[in-house]
Design a protein around this ligand. Structure first.
Ligand SMILES: Nc1nc2c(c(=O)[nH]1)N[C@H]1C(S)=C(S)[C@@H](COP(=O)(O)O)O[C@H]1N2
Ligand SMILES: [Mo]
Length: 369
């Protein structure tokens, strides 16, 4: 067990066992059990959760959304003001940029996700662009900063959770100010009473417990934009910012699990493998499945997305050739040609590693009873 270090500097890695600090994060920030890939919309409570600091307790009557900075008119809106605006409902897949991190070696020290930091929810809210236009966002604005109500220390810096978006993204068609998730008021852990939702981007962009929106005419230098969430091989590098979700497909684990190892046990009979696939760069156009650890691949049946940023269902009938051990894999390719590599995509933060999933299964001698 590692000694408590107080603050974990960005870029710390380890190759040994999961530490108590990582376990502490893992028990707070839960994933979506992969069998929930069978639901087209992730039921409330099964969606993954990632919270850097603490969940703030917000009084909805006192809460306001402030819009300020490089705007002609500052705005201060109540929840009712927002709900009276044009309302849209969209099914959007969300994935943490750190999904897959704990499979990397050396392992970047942060929330140790294996593959379960994903969920597909139905979000209701009001589009962001008309609000920024009403405030009269300046032509000189280059970014828009979103500030959450949660506060903590990260990399030795005390901060509110804040993220900026380039102005052209903030004024795009997709970003939403959401107050409902699957038809219910957003739960405290998901950002009650209001969160930003940036469809197609990794989860870090979708600021929860939103309190303030600020247009700025210089690039924002907050911790989550310039220190965290950058692709770097070396702590000295500036690195490229993490933005849209690279393609991934996941398989709902077939058969039944062994309690401790989670190894899958299947009877010797045909089995329908199924799962979901998504990309923040465009629809997924191909999902392939391998039953021999990625040597041979077969195209699966793939459904179109229900909505532009929803995940897509795929399935494939697989007949095990004989009893024994198999390594099942799946791989998605999107409309831009982006695909999933067989090897890890290592960087210091452990971001956007979309190497193919490997599911160990044992096919028994018997058929199911
Ligand atoms: N205010 C605030 N917003 C936040 C975070 C946070 O810690 N504080 N975490 C971000 C990260 S890293 C992710 S992956 C998503 C997770 O959203 P969820 O918990 O609703 O799945 O929220 C993002 N928005
Ligand atoms: Mo995240």
């Amino acid at each position: 067990m590692q000694r408590s270090t107080g603050t974990v500097p960005a870029g710390t890695t380890a190759s040994d066992q999961i530490s108590r600090e990582e376990l502490q994060l893992a028990t707070r920030n839960h994933g979506m059990p992969l069998e929930a890939l069978r639901f087209s919309v992730t039921p409330l409570g099964l969606h993954y959760v990632l919270i850097h600091y603490d969940i703030p307790v917000v009084d909805p009557a006192a809460w306001r959304l402030e819009v300020d900075g490089s705007v002609d008119r500052e705005l201060s809106l109540s929840l009712d003001d927002l709900r009276r605006r044009p309302t849209v409902t969209r099914t959007v897949v969300m994935e943490c940029a750190g999904n897959g991190r704990a499979r990397l070696s050396p392992r970047p020290i942060s929330q140790p996700w294996l593959l379960e930091a994903v969920g597909n929810a139905v979000w209701t809210g009001t589009p962001l662009r008309p609000l920024l236009e009403e405030a009269g966002i300046s032509d000189r604005a280059v970014e828009v900063v979103f500030t959450g109500l949660d506060r903590g220390v990260e990399g030795g810096i005390e901060q509110r959770y804040q993220r900026s978006l380039p102005v052209e993204e903030a004024l795009g068609d997709d970003p939403l100010l959401a107050w409902a998730m699957n038809g219910e008021p957003i739960a405290p852990q998901h950002g009650y009473p209001l969160r930003l939702l940036v469809p197609g981007w990794y989860g870090m962009a979708s600021v929860k417990w939103l309190g303030r929106i600020t247009a700025v005419h210089l690039p924002f230098d907050g911790y989550q934009n310039v220190m965290a969430y950058r692709y770097r091989q070396d702590p000295g590098e500036v690195g490229e910012p993490v933005s849209r979700i690279v393609p991934r497909s996941l398989m709902a684990p077939p058969g039944i699990p062994d309690f401790l190892s989670r190894r899958r046990l299947l009877p010797m009979e045909p089995c329908r493998l199924e799962g979901r696939a998504w990309s923040g760069w465009g629809p997924v156009t191909l999902v392939e499945v391998s039953s021999d650890g990625g040597r041979g691949w077969t195209a699966a049946e793939l459904e179109p997305p229900d909505a532009p940023y929803s995940w897509q269902h795929w399935s494939l009938e697989w007949t095990p050739p004989a009893p024994g051990d198999y390594e099942l894999c799946c791989r998605a390719t999107d409309a831009t040609g982006r695909t999933q590599p067989t090897d890890p995509q290592w960087n210091l933060g452990g971001y956007a590693d979309n190497q193919v999933q490997r599911v160990e299964v044992t096919v028994g001698e018997g058929e199911s009873g």
